[in-house]
Design a protein around this ligand. Structure first.
Ligand SMILES: [Zn+2]
Length: 282
């Protein structure tokens, strides 16, 4: 639909005149566009008029196009994709594998066009993907450590996990709920985010804090880079806008861990784990 026709929608015109708009370039749909605001929480209320993308989706696509320009040829697994980035991944990449977790469907089988996969216990083989994408998924996982391990297992050496998540980098990670004998135990008042599979929404389990990257490293051996973009021309202006890139090292291990092991080899076995404060599995 042309941009002029879209702008004839009276609701959009109302929002645009009330809160202002910005002309720019959208990294998701790849077009010149208008960005308009429907509320003050820009993370969820700052849309591309053409594709309805929001800032975190545009930030992820900007990182994708700048740092992984061959992404259209990569074998990509996305867990729990949402609109509109799902449509653009599907159209541009023939090797894109979208999955969702359906509680009553056998893992590995297809349901409503999506392969059923639990991120914490996937049926994919080792070293299957060049890239795994998750967008605001990690805060809902009851077994995040197992999920990080599985993401690393299914990535090829040199592969990356590209993701967004609300990141409270100024405070410690806060666990809001946990599994206790197969029953969810709520440590805080339950909070839910919109979810395409469950009408009730997805329970917020973890508010990830400053230790997020350490936890990923301890769980999976992957080292994480955080990219924070502020680019009004691309409509990337919001709270919790970071894009994370966790990388699986190509040498079959992790060079930092190898260095630690070499440095502390004269100490007793397993002292490396004690030194950094948590068990390391590679
Ligand atoms: Zn767009």
């Amino acid at each position: 639909m042309s941009i002029v026709k879209q702008l004839l929608d009276p609701q959009k015109i109302c929002h645009i005149f009330k809160r202002g708009f910005r002309v720019g370039y959208c990294p998701v749909c790849g077009e010149r566009t208008l960005f308009f605001k429907t509320g003050d929480w820009l993370r969820d209320h700052f849309f591309c008029v053409r594709c309805r993308s929001i800032p975190r989706g545009r930030a992820l696509f900007l990182v994708l196009s700048e740092q992984f320009p061959n992404w259209r040829e990569l074998i990509i697994h996305e867990s729990s994709p949402g609109s509109p980035t799902y449509e653009f991944f599907s159209a541009a990449n023939a090797n894109y594998v979208p999955t969702r977790f359906f509680p009553n469907i056998a893992p590995g089988t297809t349901h409503h066009g999506f392969r059923c996969e639990d991120l914490a216990r996937q049926t994919f083989g080792n070293e299957t993907f060049d890239m795994v994408v998750t967008q605001d998924v990690l805060e809902h996982l009851l077994e995040p450590g197992a999920a990080f391990r599985e993401i690393a297992r299914t990535l090829k050496p040199g592969g990356v996990h590209l993701f967004t998540v609300p990141w409270y980098h100024w405070q410690e990670t806060r666990i809001r709920a946990r599994m206790n004998n197969n029953v969810i135990e709520y440590l805080e008042t339950p909070e839910y985010h919109d979810n395409l599979v469950d009408a009730k929404g997805a329970l917020v389990v973890t508010e990830w804090g400053k230790d997020l990257c350490d936890t990923i490293y301890a769980s999976s051996g992957m080292t994480t880079t955080v990219v924070r973009i502020f680019d009004r021309r691309c409509g990337i202006e919001a709270q919790f806008i970071e894009v994370f890139i966790s990388r699986k090292y190509a040498n079959g291990g992790n060079y930092l861990l190898n260095r630690w092991n070499a440095q502390f080899s004269e100490l007793e076995d397993n002292k490396t784990s004690a030194l950094i404060g948590y068990p390391v599995e590679v």
